[in-house]
Design a protein around this ligand. Structure first.
Ligand code: UGA
Length: 438
């Protein structure tokens, strides 16, 4: 299949390289010249394990190209919208500016036998309105929605070996048949190995995606709410998570209590889902998501309060080492990062904060110039009055408590991700605290 991909951010770039790697002819389009130049030279614009290799191999195969010239899309058959849908600046809803711009820039280059596919996460009703936009411009190409479920850190694996594929097909039977033919050809290798395929209409496909992310966010906030109760009672949330996770109706995943969820997806998706429900007159249906958001935000502030308490009630003149800035390990993405939120809050309250992250240091330096950045955990912790572990990178989990104790001013540790062994750290002389564990 000849596929053009509009938007070469996280989703689009990984999708482009992955689709080329399974034999398709792919053109990646973006308005950002630097990004296109980098990708064309095999330089990954973000940290993602395995992506560099797939990208280079796809470029070498001659099946992957990148360009800022949208007119080249005319030579391709499937056009996949992969642009971002961030939260609007002044409201909870999703900003569809980039989606509309992507469709508008494609319109002059579409032929009737082409198919437009949406992969961006959008509010329910978007696909229907985009179809109207295409038809109003005289374009007859079918449109289908095909949400993605990739996780940062596992993006290539999730794209090439998805646990399910979802098609949101148009109402018109002939258009649905054509869209399905193109989708089936794109995903032929995955369908051959019997990856579950779920087919519905536009609204269903759109809602599958936001429902999945909302469910995941709810699961995390649920266990974090239980952590709050644990802190009031002396119970251990990690033991509770283990015990309830053994019930296979509940399952053990996404029950790690800590400082909550961040990133470019979960926080904005639950807010956009609530905003859309409001527009549809079903605000109450998703009222619980407001609480999911509140619980999540409370965990971050809780760490700020724990830190102040551990430091004797003041931040003034205190040096704080923050281990981690990315919203999760194996990523350099700091969007809505709980770690960065906490670091900035502490700095704003007068503490001398030093951050270190194995992948996101440069980003922190560029985006938060008020925060000092250190090379590694030992440099960050040098002379620190307290150390906060806020992103659970393997190299932080592997830290030696005896060695780290030698460089700090006072051996105080707040483990915001519950990943260190309390007994080991306490035995090495640390005043160790974690989230929802005694
Ligand atoms: C999320 C979804 O997991 C993907 O399925 C989805 O495709 C993607 O959003 C998207 O919409 O594009 P991602 O944002 O990469 O993926 O991150 P997650 O792995 O879901 O983690 C989100 C946050 O939750 C992180 O900050 C992580 O630290 C936190 N988390 C996760 C917890 O605090 N506890 C857990 O048990 C699990």
């Amino acid at each position: 299949m000849r596929i053009s991909i509009i938007g070469c951010g996280y989703l689009g770039a990984v999708y482009a390289a992955s689709m080329a790697s399974i034999g398709h002819d792919v053109l990646g389009l973006d308005v950002d010249q630097k990004k296109i130049d980098d990708l064309g030279q095999g330089i990954a614009p973000f940290h993602e394990p395995g992506f560099g290799k797939v990208l280079t191999e796809a470029l070498d195969s001659g099946r992957l190209r990148f360009s800022t010239d949208y007119s080249q899309a005319a030579d391709y058959t499937a056009h996949v919208i992969c642009v971002g849908t961030p939260q609007q600046i002044d409201s909870a809803g999703a900003d569809l500016t980039y989606v509309h711009a992507a469709v508008d820039s494609l319109i002059p280059h579409l032929a009737d036998d082409h198919v437009v596919l949406g992969r961006s996460t959008v509010p329910v009703g978007t696909a229907a309105s985009l179809l109207e936009r295409l038809r109003a411009a005289g374009v007859k190409s079918p449109l289908a929605w095909n949400p993605e479920f990739l996780r940062e850190g596992f993006a290539v694996k999730d794209t090439l070996h998805p646990d399910r594929i979802v098609y949101g097909l148009p109402e018109d039977p002939a258009e649905a048949a054509r869209a399905r033919e193109v989708l089936d050809e794109i995903y032929a290798p995955m369908l051959e190995v019997e990856t579950p395929l779920v087919v519905g209409n536009y609204a269903t496909a759109e809602l599958v995606k936001v429902s999945a992310n909302s469910f995941l966010a709810t699961k995390i906030s649920f266990i974090n709410a239980v952590a709050e109760v644990c802190e009031a009672t002396g119970a251990d949330v990690s033991v509770i998570a283990e015990a309830i996770g053994l019930d296979d109706r509940i399952g053990p995943k996404f029950l790690r209590a800590g400082i909550g969820f961040g990133g470019g997806c979960l926080p904005k998706d639950i807010r956009a889902f609530m905003a859309r429900a409001g527009e549809l007159g079903v605000t109450q249906a998703l009222g619980f998501l407001r609480e999911v958001d509140h619980v999540n935000n409370r965990r971050r502030d809780h760490v700020v309060n724990m830190t102040r308490k551990a430091l004797g009630g003041t931040f003034t003149g205190k040096r704080i080492a923050v281990l981690g800035a990315a919203f999760k390990p194996d990523s350099d993405d700091t969007r809505q990062s709980p770690a960065l939120y906490i670091a900035s809050k502490l700095s704003g309250r007068g503490a001398d904060v030093v951050v270190t992250d194995p992948a996101a240091n440069q980003r922190v330096h560029a985006e938060r110039p008020n925060l000092a950045v250190a090379e590694d955990a030992y440099a960050a912790a040098a002379g620190a009055d307290i150390v906060l572990l806020l992103t659970e990178w393997q190299e932080f989990k592997d830290l030696d408590p005896v060695k780290l104790a030698e460089v700090v001013a006072a051996p105080r540790m707040i483990d915001g991700r519950n990943v260190l062994d309390p007994a080991r750290w306490r035995a090495a002389g640390w005043d160790y605290q974690s989230m929802g564990r005694p």
